[in-house]
Design a protein around this ligand. Structure first.
Ligand code: F6P
Length: 366
């Protein structure tokens, strides 16, 4: 029967378990056999216990759990040809030629490279005598569906990625918590928020948390921003506000491309306003803990749709990312979506902010 492998790769994200559960149960429901590939691509490289069959009950009681119960990794071995050869051989041994890959843009790029190299990898394995040409002929292609799991919400073409909503809740909770202690002491807090090149989390958290100032990678502030920030905070104090909160994206930069850190912002507030200022780096608290209701149901729908997508795939079809677009489950061309995401990241890195914002809003013919 048809065999599907499911793996989570790259940084974990709340809601990955819901997606894994949906993939396993939808696959079984549609008559396929589903295998978990553990610790990301590393499980495929290692074989053995790295690839295990999944039954309906194996994914019971995981919907509400953070992280990913099948493990994740940024596998170095899989980046090398030798690792890919081992992965191809192990998958073939299990008769797996369809994969649902849940991960960030790096993991999805790796998946597509593997897919394109599949025939070459099998030919080499036949040459080495590790598999027979009959085995290779039985699985002429590996078919892949991608689901984006990343708290950063940085994938071009999708409204939301798995984990972004939960991370946002976590950040806003932290802001509410800090606001009460800040107000008691009339202090200022500078909070560093994750997201790599993407300002989604800090921007949305600043709006939802009623913060006073936010620095995001895509909109580097004009020279003199320190004065603007201080004026805003000063007038807030004058109006009677007891707490001031500034959010700084971990990837924040100024107009000249120089990083702006939470410590720097703290020094500005302390020196220019004489504010008693504290820095809080939220770190991995943002990525842990239980998924929000949204991340549970969205990931469930994505897992369901990804299985349908990968079962409908043929060796000739181009792979999709199954995501949410305009609030609907949508199939996006995997290669294009990932390429555009990379483009956005490099525009941000090179300070071409308008190009970054335009590229992020890219249309996919809809
Ligand atoms: O991509 C998710 C993310 O949490 C980013 O927001 C952050 O920059 C990075 O991963 C942290 O990576 P690590 O868990 O390897 O420290």
């Amino acid at each position: 029967s048809t065999r599907i492998g499911v793996l989570t790769s790259g940084g974990d994200a709340q809601g990955m378990n819901a997606a894994v559960r949906a993939v396993v149960r939808t696959g079984i429901h549609l008559g396929a056999e589903v295998y978990a590939i553990h610790e990301g691509w590393q499980g495929a490289v290692d074989g053995g216990d790295g690839i295990t069959p999944m039954e309906w009950d194996d994914v019971g009681s995981i919907l509400h759990r953070g992280g990913t119960v099948i493990g994740t990794a940024r596998s170095k071995d899989f980046r090398e040809r030798e690792g890919q050869l081992r992965a191809a051989r192990n998958l073939l041994e299990h008769g797996i030629d369809r994969l649902v890959v849940i991960g960030g843009d790096g993991s999805l790029t790796g998946a597509d490279t593997f897919r394109r190299d599949w025939a070459g990898l099998l030919a080499e394995l036949v040459d080495r005598g590790e598999i027979t040409s009959e085995q290779a002929a039985a699985h002429p292609a590996i078919m892949i569906a991608g689901i984006v799991g990343s708290i950063d919400n940085d994938l071009v073409g999708t409204d939301m990625t798995i984990g972004a909503d939960s991370a946002l809740h976590r950040i806003v909770d932290a802001i509410d918590t800090l606001a009460s202690t800040a107000a008691s002491h009339q202090r200022s807090f500078v909070v560093e928020v994750m997201g790599r090149h993407c300002g989604y989390l800090p921007l949305m958290a600043a709006i939802a948390g009623g913060c006073d100032y936010v620095l995001v990678p895509e909109i580097p502030p004009a020279d003199g921003w320190e004065d603007d920030m201080c004026d805003l905070l000063r007038s807030g104090r004058a109006a009677g506000r007891r707490d001031s909160i500034v959010l700084v994206a971990e990837g924040a930069r100024d107009r000249h491309g120089d990083p702006v850190t939470a410590e720097q912002v703290k020094d500005v507030l302390a020196e220019r306003l004489g504010e008693d200022t504290r820095v809080t780096i939220l770190g991995h608290v943002q990525r842990g803990g239980s998924p929000s209701a949204y991340d549970r149901w969205m990931s469930t729908l994505l897992g369901y749709a990804a299985v349908q997508d990968v079962l409908a795939a043929t060796p000739e079809s181009t792979p999709h990312i199954v995501g949410v677009r305009h609030n609907r489950i949508a199939q996006l061309p995997l290669v294009e979506a990932v390429q555009r995401t990379r483009e956005v990241a490099s525009f941000v890195e090179n300070g071409d902010y308008e190009a970054a914002v335009t590229a992020r809003g890219a249309s996919f013919g809809d």
